[in-house]
Design a protein around this ligand. Structure first.
Ligand code: MN
Length: 208
């Protein structure tokens, strides 16, 4: 019945060195992400008809998920969708900066690319405990920075995440220990801005 599996990573565990180390990538992908997939299926196995719905609609309408598995779907479905997205956002030798319409929109919204980076980093640093920082396309069609706790996703608000950073300790502790700001600073070097731009363009298109 299980139709959720780990998506291919698309690069080797050491591709993002020295910014994100190979051991962290391996454990993050093969253990943490795998556990979200396994636990999501364990929950859905109790209500197999829910496999007919896609994960996006389950997470957008959590109140329609049967109460006994709602928290499990929220946490593990969120974990699966967030990590599947996160791997796509990373790239060896990232170009450091978006271009085109996304860069223009970021400058328009935040004043400059550096001010965007600063505000995003603040959201990532100040998320207490485990969670994520996000850049989303919100319901008004505006770019919006936010953060969520645990594996919650802006999707549940009807927003479309276009970039996001996992700030759970499992994402950085082996290399950075308690130095979350250092991990955030390093992450800018491995962002796949082409993918972020494509996601942004798809949002603009859908809104037309
Ligand atoms: Mn994670």
């Amino acid at each position: 019945m299980n139709n959720y599996t780990l998506p291919p990573l698309g690069y080797s565990f050491d591709a993002l060195e020295p910014y994100i180390d190979a051991k962290t990538m391996e454990i993050h992908y093969t253990k943490h992400h795998q556990a979200y997939v396994d636990n999501l299926c364990k929950a859905l196995d109790q209500y197999p008809e829910l496999y007919k719905k896609d994960l996006l609609s389950l997470l957008t309408n959590l109140n329609e998920v049967p109460e006994p598995i709602r928290v499990a779907v929220r946490n593990n479905g969120g974990g699966h969708i967030n990590h599947s997205f996160f791997w796509l956002l990373l790239k060896k030798n990232g170009v450091g900066k978006p271009k085109g319409a996304l860069l223009e929109a970021l400058i328009k919204k935040f004043g400059s690319f550096d001010q965007f980076k600063e505000q995003f980093a603040t959201a990532a640093k100040s998320r207490f405990g485990s969670g994520w920082a996000w850049l989303s396309f919100n319901s008004e069609g505006e770019l919006q920075i936010s953060s969520t706790e645990n594996q919650d996703t802006p999707i549940s608000k009807g927003w479309v995440p276009i970039c996001g950073l996992d700030v759970w300790e499992h994402a950085y502790y082996l290399k950075y220990q308690n130095r979350r700001p250092d991990y955030i600073a390093a992450w800018w070097h491995v962002i796949n801005w082409d993918f972020v731009e494509d996601t942004y363009q798809a949002c603009l298109k859908k809104r037309q």
